[in-house]
Design a protein around this ligand. Structure first.
Ligand SMILES: Nc1ncnc2c1ncn2[C@@H]1O[C@H](COP(=O)(O)OP(=O)(O)OP(=O)(O)O)[C@@H](O)[C@H]1O
Ligand code: NI
Length: 390
């Protein structure tokens, strides 16, 4: 398997009045091509902060203080990845929604209430495809048959020069000001709307032409989330990040959306990074899983391996706390509370709640280490400093 995106020692802090919240501590995870990676853990353990840091959309007072995010994207094997934390914001804007898309829990927050949903899908497409469309128009300009329709030679010259120097921004702006070019814009818009309808159709929505003409308030929650997915998929991203994207939907719709994502992963996108606190969703939808606790990644494994043999005491406790994995149906809870991240426990952040705590756990942070093939755990029980089994 080859990596698509990977974080190395990703560390993010929030500078609040109560102190520095150490929300992420050296998180290193890797999402391979072609898989659905589930990120699980209790509320507040840092799942959202992890993916937001990867996309560089951490809000104030948060700051990424250390680490790297390596994106392999379309790079060929052996080529160097792009380090996202050292790119400019403008570069990241080109990446978001194009190579990497994100969907969230609340579709209403992602949709514009006063715009037809088809236009919203088209807009996402237009935003990232201006360059290729501009290039196509430049080619048209060079063609003598088209040139005739474009007025004076001077106008052509200005347009050509400006578009060539900055195809991203110039073309659509200029075209709006020149009546002769307006028809180009409308042609582009029509084409984008047509493609948007096609994308909506691929999401298992009947009558996509009609649905595309609707405003969000005319659609059900499940339908709205499908539109959000259509927006995210408009540019065929390499990675789709879904942050609790199905949590607010009722169970049947949730299952439909999860099936849809699974299908899309095979046809439209390369990999999915799925945040959930539902181990049932992980078991059904994911190939690999990362377990987070209090801002740290404590275990990473293939789903079947994790369910067959969880290694980290926190993973074991997490699985015991879920009724469907507990034969008697009795819900066990994990003793103690999630630590305050302004002043997290030294050493392993789980040590105050761990039934297997040893001296070393209170002082030394356990490294995430490979045990066996494709299974990693950050726990002293599996290092040379502790015993070998739980
Ligand atoms: N704006 C903020 N200001 C201060 N601290 C923050 C802020 N946002 C997040 N945090 C800190 O980061 C920690 C991780 O938050 P995050 O949203 O990533 O949790 P999560 O695992 O996604 O939880 P949930 O399942 O509830 O969405 C929180 O416990 C909190 O301490
Ligand atoms: Ni979250």
């Amino acid at each position: 398997m080859t990596a698509l995106i990977e974080t190395r020692d990703l560390t993010t802090h929030f500078y609040t009045y109560e102190g520095v919240v150490k929300a992420l501590d050296r998180v290193s995870l890797c999402v391979d091509r072609g898989i659905t990676f589930g990120l699980v853990g209790e509320s507040g353990c840092g799942k959202s902060v992890t993916v937001r840091s990867m996309m560089r959309i951490i809000q104030e007072p948060g700051r990424i203080v250390d680490g790297r995010v390596l994106f392999y994207g379309r790079q060929r094997q052996g080529e160097k990845p792009v380090e996202l934390l050292s790119q400019t914001e403008a570069w990241m804007q080109g990446l978001r929604g194009d190579r990497i898309s994100m969907i969230f829990q609340e579709p209403n927050a992602a949709l514009n209430p006063i715009m037809r949903v088809g236009d919203q899908v088209a807009e996402s497409f237009l935003f990232h495809r201006r360059r290729s469309m501009a290039e196509k128009i430049l080619k048209d300009l060079a063609d003598p048959d088209t040139r005739v329709f474009l007025g004076t030679r001077r106008l052509q010259h200005t347009l050509y020069a400006r578009t060539a120097s900055n195809p991203d921004a110039a073309l659509l702006r200029i075209s709006r000001k020149i009546p002769l070019l307006k028809r180009w814009e409308s042609r582009i818009k029509k084409e984008a709307f047509r493609r948007a309808t096609a994308i909506i159709g691929r999401l298992g929505i009947a009558h996509p032409e009609e649905v595309a003409q609707n405003y969000p308030h005319n659609l059900s929650g499940g339908m709205k989330q499908r539109i959000v997915i259509a927006i995210a998929l408009a540019c065929k991203p390499d990675l789709l990040i879904a942050d609790e994207a199905t949590s607010n939907l009722d169970v049947t719709v949730q299952a439909q959306i999860l099936d849809l994502l699974q299908e899309l992963k095979e046809t439209e996108i390369t990999s999915i990074l799925m945040i959930t606190h539902d181990l049932g969703v992980v078991a059904e939808s994911c190939d690999r899983v990362g377990v987070m606790y209090a801002g740290t990644l404590c275990e990473e494994a293939d789903v079947s391996d994790l369910f067959a043999g969880p290694k980290h005491p926190y993973t074991v406790a997490l699985m015991d706390s879920v009724p469907r994995f507990h034969q008697e149906g009795e819900l066990k809870t994990i003793d103690g509370a999630v630590p305050n991240l302004v002043d997290p426990p030294p050493g392993c952040r789980f040590h105050p709640r761990c039934p297997h705590v040893m001296g070393v756990c209170k002082t030394e942070v356990p490294e995430l280490k490979a045990i066996g093939t494709n299974h990693k755990v950050a726990c002293h029980l599996y290092g040379d400093k502790g015993e070998n089994d739980v």
